[in-house]
Each structure stands twice: as structure tokens, then as C-alpha cells.
Design a protein around this ligand. Sequence first.
Ligand code: NAP
Length: 242
Amino acid sequence: MKAIVTGHSRGLGAALAAALLDRGAAVLGLARAGNPALAGRLDQVAVDLANPDAVAALAVPGGPLDRFLAGSGAGPVLLLNNAGMVEPIGPAGTLDPAVVARAVALNVTAPLLLADAVIAATEGQADRRVLHVSSGAGRSAYPGWSVYGATKAALDHHARAVAADARPGLRIASVAPGVVDTDMQAALRATPEDRFVLRARFVSLKADNALTSPEDCAARMIDHLLSDAFGRDPVADIRDLT
Ligand code: NAP
């Protein structure tokens, strides 16, 4: 089993990478920073996934993806598109254009480019699976999250349309992970109320111990990813599945 995990340096991605290693997968981690706790157990490439040229360079012949996937054999090949950013947060009409463009590049362009590259590189494989890490924000509209919600809705629809392509051996799903105790949650709690009216809700969730740990969430996400049910519904929420 081989798994490519984006955003493996911290948060949910670090827990996903660790869980896959514990289950015997070879793992390639892609993020700007490395993951010192997992060093020596996985391959890591430092890359800014908000730069589409850098993402495309991962997939050139003889490049990092090629080298990692060479000799995959009959085992499953997994792509976990986990890296993401929640910024820009704030009402429409007040957003920094550079941050809007960066969010779309990281949250949408990179996962779509990587999915296509991995699907192309695994043609003929009997078992290949793509997991987009989505969000409830892509399914319900929340104030302050127009860009984040739109990027996650894009992943959901990409999964539906790729599933409709019915490529041999390929399963894909866009799965919301619930509310996970990571730096991203800390950033939400640190956002001023006038930019994010939902701030108090996230402060309460943390105070009430209502956040899932990255490890628990990752275990459930990997159970689902490796199950027969994966891809049956291309848009799912882990809280409804386990
Ligand atoms: P996080 O703690 O902020 O971690 C984000 C990860 O993405 C890091 O490993 C980071 O690595 C990587 N990343 C960010 N910008 C990058 C860039 N430009 N290039 C490459 N990698 C980049 O976030 P998280 O909470 O673990 O979130 C993981 C996923 O779950 C995201 O897609 C998020 O939208 C989704 N999600 C999270 C929650 C939640 O409650 N936490 C809820 C719903 C959905 P580097 O900084 O090293 O690059």
C-alpha cells in the first residue's frame, strides 16, 4: 500500500500519515515544512502547494510522484488531499485578493492537479483511491467563510464528477472530518468577532471539549478510506459513517 498525504507536517494530516504508517503503508508527505516526529519513516518533499507550477513539477516524469509510485505492484495506491487553509475569513467585499487566490490554489487547484496526476500514473492499478478532506462549510453557508466554503464545495463536486467518469479501479470521495483540534481551530478562535461572527461558537466547542483529536479523526478517516464502502457515496461526512 502506498499513500500520498498532503499537509502531513501537523494537524489532521500528521495524524493521517502516522496512522497509515502504523498500518504498513509507504507514505509520501507533501507540505512546506517537514514532520520531524515521522522523519525516517516516510518520504517527505517540501513544496508550497499554493504554487500550481510547484505542484505540476511534482508530477513530471522522473519527479517525486513518479519515483514514489514506481513499482507500486498490486497494492492500493491512496491520495489524501488534506492540506488546506481557512483564510481569508471575513465578509465578502473585504477580502485580500492575494489570499483569495492563494486559498483557491491550495484548496482547489492543488488537489485537482494531484488527483489527475495520480489517476494518470496509476492507470491499470486494480485499487486506487482519492480522498479529498472537505468540510461542512462546503455544504452549509456560514458568514465569513465564502471563499473557504466555495473551495470545499468545489472538492465535493470534483469527487462527484470523477466518480461519474467511472475510471477502472478508481474510488473517490470528498469527506468532511468534523471539528478537529488543530492549529486551524486555534486560528478560528483567534479571529476577531467582526471578521467571523461564528467565533464564539468555536470558542465554546473548545471549552466544552467537543473537538475531536486529530488521532481519533484520522483513525476513522483511514478506516473509511480502506473500507469497501469508500467511494460508494462521493460526498460524505465522517460523523455519519462511524
Ligand atoms: P492545519 O492544522 O492548519 O494544518 C494544515 C496543513 O496543511 C499543514 O500540514 C500545512 O503544512 C499544510 N499546508 C498549509 N498551507 C500549505 C501550502 N501552501 N503548501 C503545502 N502545505 C500546506 O489544518 P487541519 O485542521 O489539520 O486541516 C486539515 C484539513 O482538514 C484541511 O483541508 C481543512 O480544511 C480540513 N478541515 C479541518 C477542520 C478542523 O476542524 N480542523 C474541519 C473541517 C475540515 P505546512 O504549513 O508545513 O505547509
